[in-house]
Design a protein around this ligand. Structure first.
Ligand code: PRX
Length: 573
């Protein structure tokens, strides 16, 4: 469905003339913003927190935090003190050193952010983990990255298989009830407030590590995508161009810090820009969300298509019960943003929803809609100045307008991933001719330079905005005693974008039943993560495989969608 273009928004914007600014842009201008320009050294926590605490922004609110039990406010000055305490705590209770990996596995809370930035102050590489992960998922990530420490809660502690992770020396526990301090366990709340609020940050090189986000591809285990400190250059600048930050903004990004949006744009980008940030704990609820916009007077709101579709489903009458008039700028990321949703946003919020496209690997926004540019609903927009995107064929040749191909980015943008942890070969495999990063998305660019998402080239599933690798789910399914073969696909869903559907062939002696479906589903949920458990399971006598034994997901998808199965020449008899 093509919906009429929505005209540019009048007003003063950082990116006011896309063509002109793109033609003349140089990243070295942005580098001058940071201490690196003066001292040659850098630290994300200094740039995002301390330098504001030492400026006119000292008493400006950095963080509004709210969940069912807590409602707290921290200025930049207070954030500096609390993150210093956290850094001292981490340092004095472990032998962690610069470059070591520390994971954070807990629900949102102010302590999560104190500890995250405390760890960054020490020069550690932070690995965020979504709180829904279960033992198997935790193990794979900690083991692969050789993590030395993890920050978690007493409730989540049982999911950490410490006996199988010999290098995991320290477990920091954040819980009101306190924790027994044996076996390398440290009770965070017991010590935090008695730690000194003075700390000398570890000054780093711009190429030193920052965050390690594990993400799924279509094959193999999740991969550790490492970003460098230098990512801040792009995260800062897109805060201006894309999020359109102004000094007085109240910004709310709804993403969990377990995913890249929740780090890069949940805290890094706004705080690098000295912008007040709202963080809401707890689960999605239309009432609580609208209430938060009203209570805090949110001006810039960054969310995801599934959330917008759920809000749409909650009805327009609900919107009218809240005062959402402070909203100035609304954005979306993570999945295709349907033109219908853009239209709905324009109707009920009187705001255009600005789609943005990027990935864990890109470390920052890449293709976006800007306030000063007309939106073509359904299009992801245009590349940010200073970064070149194109549609290329499988050989790396750029394709002309309106031709579908691989969405690719010219190698070398500032927030580009710097490593796949422990796997240089895999890292290299993302780049074509050492020139183009190939995203795995297919798209085309129209005659005006707008990019249009078409789908994934591979089998990666996007469900409710979360990226799930079919291989990880299939591997888990195979661990269930009843499962002989498993193939997993994304099945289109009007609200969630896609849902996970598994095709399963049973081991001899097991009979299909609703109970077995439920048992298998629970098994994946308990071992891997709730969001990775198949919503649908269908039993088959046999699954389509290549002669080399690979499950042919494309055939499963064709079955599911009643499409032609295409070339079956590689299928076993
Ligand atoms: O398929 C694209 C989809 O999300 C993938 C990246 O997922 P992840 O690394 O988890 O990062 C999500 C948020 C940064 C992409 O390869 N995707 C992301 N944004 C969009 C999108 N698909 C369509 N439209 C978007 N705006």
């Amino acid at each position: 469905m093509r919906v009429e273009a929505l005209p540019a928004k009048p007003g003063k914007h950082h990116l006011h003339n896309y063509e002109e600014q793109s033609a003349n842009f140089d990243w070295s201008e942005v580098e001058k913003e940071f201490s690196w320009a003066k001292t040659g050294k850098i630290n994300m926590a200094h740039e995002a927190i301390d330098r504001h605490a030492e400026s006119d922004r000292k008493n400006k609110v950095a963080l509004y935090y709210k969940d069912q039990h807590r409602n707290e406010t921290y200025t930049f000055y207070e954030m500096k003190r609390m993150t210093n305490r956290a850094a001292n705590l981490l340092k004095s209770h472990s032998d962690l050193e610069k470059g070591d990996r520390i994971f954070i596995f807990m629900p949102r809370s102010p302590e999560l952010y104190f500890l995250m930035f405390g760890a960054l102050k020490m020069g550690l590489i932070v690995g965020p983990l979504f709180e829904a992960f279960m033992e198997g998922a935790i193990y794979d990530r900690l083991e692969d990255s050789n993590a030395k420490a993890i920050i978690t809660t007493p409730e989540l502690l049982p999911r950490i298989p410490k006996d199988r992770l010999p290098n995991l020396k320290t477990i920091f526990l954040v819980g009101e009830e306190g924790a027994e301090e044996t076996d390398g366990h440290v009770d965070v709340l017991k010590h935090l407030n008695s730690c000194s609020d003075q700390f000398d940050v570890e000054w780093l090189e711009k190429e030193d590590g920052l965050v390690l986000h594990y993400t799924s591809g279509s094959t193999g285990k999740p991969k550790g995508v490492l970003h460098a400190q230098y990512a801040m250059v792009q995260q800062y600048q897109t805060g201006k161009w894309v999020l359109d930050f102004q000094e007085q903004d109240i910004y709310w990004c709804t993403a969990d810090p377990g995913w890249v949006t929740g780090t890069a744009y949940g805290v890094f980008s706004p705080w690098l820009n000295g912008v007040t940030t709202v963080i809401l704990g707890g689960r999605f609820s239309p009432d609580a969300w609208y209430q938060a916009i009203e209570d805090y007077g949110v001006t810039v709101w960054y969310s995801a298509p599934t959330a917008f579709r759920m809000l749409m489903g909650a009805g327009d009458a609900l919107v009218k019960e809240y005062n959402l008039s402070t909203l100035r700028h609304v954005l979306s990321v993570g999945e295709p943003l349907n033109p219908e949703v853009v239209k709905w946003g324009a109707q009920v919020f009187d705001k255009r929803i600005h789609d943005t496209w990027w990935m864990t690997e890109t470390g920052g926004q890449v293709i976006c809609n800007y306030p000063s540019m007309a939106i073509k609903p359904g299009s992801m927009g245009k590349p940010i100045p200073g970064v070149q995107a194109a549609i290329v064929d499988d050989q790396g040749t750029e394709l002309p307008a309106n031709q579908m191909g691989n969405l690719a980015i010219k190698k070398g943008w500032p927030s580009m991933m710097r490593q796949i942890w422990n796997n240089p070969q895999k890292y290299d495999s993302y780049f074509l001719n050492d020139e183009w990063y190939v995203s795995g998305d297919s798209a085309y660019m129209d005659e005006d330079g707008y990019f249009w998402f078409q789908g994934r080239v591979d089998d990666v599933i996007m469900t409710s905005g979360e990226r799930v690798g079919p291989f990880e789910v299939e591997s888990k399914l195979l661990e269930h005693p009843a499962v002989a073969e498993a193939g997993v696909i994304g099945k289109p869903d009007p609200v969630r974008g896609e849902i996970i559907k598994a095709f399963v062939a049973l081991v001899e002696g097991y009979e299909p039943s609703d109970e077995l479906i439920e048992e298998i589903r629970q098994f994946v949920k308990k071992e891997l993560a709730a969001h990775a458990a198949p919503r649908e399971i269908e039993f088959k006598d046999k699954l389509p495989k290549t002669r080399s034994g690979k499950i042919m997901r494309r055939v499963l998808k064709a079955w599911e969608l009643d499409l032609p199965t295409g070339d079956l020449s590689t299928m076993e008899d």
